[in-house]
Design a protein around this ligand. Structure first.
Ligand code: ADP
Ligand code: MG
Length: 334
């Protein structure tokens, strides 16, 4: 059983009189990769900033490994250790422009952990190797591409040996190919070092590639949450449907609407959804064999979510009305 690493309990945050976060609750277990999505201004960054102890909470609490960071009586040393467990990366990288790549990391270790220079240099070289930038250690940030700068920022976060990595739109400024390579790196970090990741993104690609859970925020509240697969297969709120439709080739509509798109004399068009297990089974061949129907495949796609496959297939069946009903029943059952 995995341990809870972050618990957000009845979190409220006001800026002045404005209620920005309104009773946020969620729990994240060690090693999970969770995404936070939602429209701009819905409060995503504020949630991360609260977790990183960069904001004072108006109400509720946040526990990191069971410790309440905001607890006034918390031992200073414990608090510092807990804060060091969290690293953060941003869209704009936040590197020191006047320092080399290596010095960016060394300096941070010196400031944050008072690591001695030799040890800090050793760590810097190791983390740069992890992110694939060993050969850029003596370059300055402005000599690097956006993707490379983000790798430096990730290396710097890793240098503190964090257990949690918070990523606030870290790939939003990158082109799709670079985004992919950064995502592969984050996924590798999550798997290889077991680092828990919470990431904010508006790119469905990001969620699909690395996350196992997603929460959708709107207006300071979490309006829907679940496994990535659940949200992709059965989005409940309108907002979730809109996000999901960004990724599917055809928008996901409600179950009933999806099942029967068009029914006209002797022909029916169906959109079928598959999970990983079903994707391996020869349903189409089975229908043809069982019911002697004519089937046209009009289109389809398979999306690989973090660890599962979901697919959809649009088919057109031509047969007598009665037979079509039987086939639809059989499909529903299966
Ligand atoms: P998101 O990351 O989802 O776009 P944010 O968490 O950045 O949203 O912001 C949520 C709301 O809180 C916005 O209305 C924003 O204007 C407000 N806000 C964020 N930070 C501050 C601040 N320091 N002072 C006042 N208002 C803020
Ligand atoms: Mg934000």
């Amino acid at each position: 059983m995995k341990e809870k690493i972050i618990e957000v309990i009845n979190l409220k945050k006001q800026f002045g009189k404005n209620l920005i976060l309104d009773d946020i609750n969620f729990t994240i277990n060690e090693g999970e990769a969770v995404s936070l999505i939602g429209p701009s201004g819905s409060g995503k960054s504020t949630v991360l900033r609260c977790i990183a102890d960069l904001e004072t909470l108006t109400g509720g609490k946040i526990l990191i490994e069971g410790h309440n960071l905001q607890d006034k009586g918390i031992d200073k040393k414990i608090k510092k250790e807990l804060l060091l467990k969290t690293g953060m990366i941003f869209q704009n990288f936040n590197l020191f422009p006047h320092m080399t790549v290596k010095d960016n990391i060394v300096k941070t270790l010196r400031i944050v952990k008072k690591t001695d220079v030799k040890k800090a240099e050793e760590i810097a070289e190791k983390v740069l190797e992890t992110v694939g930038l060993a050969d850029k250690k003596d370059n300055f940030p402005n000599e690097l591409s956006g993707g490379q700068k983000q790798r430096v920022a990730i290396a710097r976060a890793l240098a503190n040996n964090p257990e949690i990595l918070l990523s606030d739109e870290a790939t939003s400024a990158l082109d799709p190919r670079t985004t992919n390579s950064i995502l592969d790196l984050l996924k590798d970090i999550n798997k290889r070092f077991g680092i828990t990741i919470i990431l904010i993104t508006h790119q469905m690609e990001v969620i699909r590639k690395i996350c196992n859970k997603t929460a959708i925020m709107s207006d300071g509240k979490i309006v829907e949450e679940g496994t990535v697969k659940d949200i992709f297969m059965h989005p409940k709120t309108q907002l979730a449907k809109e996000f999901v439709s960004n990724i599917s080739h055809e928008s996901f509509e409600s179950e009933e609407k999806e099942e029967v798109k068009e029914r006209s004399g002797g022909k029916i068009r169906l959109k079928l959804k598959f999970n990983e297990e079903q994707a391996d089974k020869p349903y189409i061949a089975e229908i043809i064999k069982r019911y002697d129907a004519e089937i046209n495949i009009l289109g389809g796609s398979i999306d690989k979510l973090s660890n599962t496959v979901v697919g959809n297939l649009t088919i057109e069946i031509s047969a007598e009305e009665e037979k079509i009903k039987t086939i639809v029943k059989w499909l529903e059952k299966n």
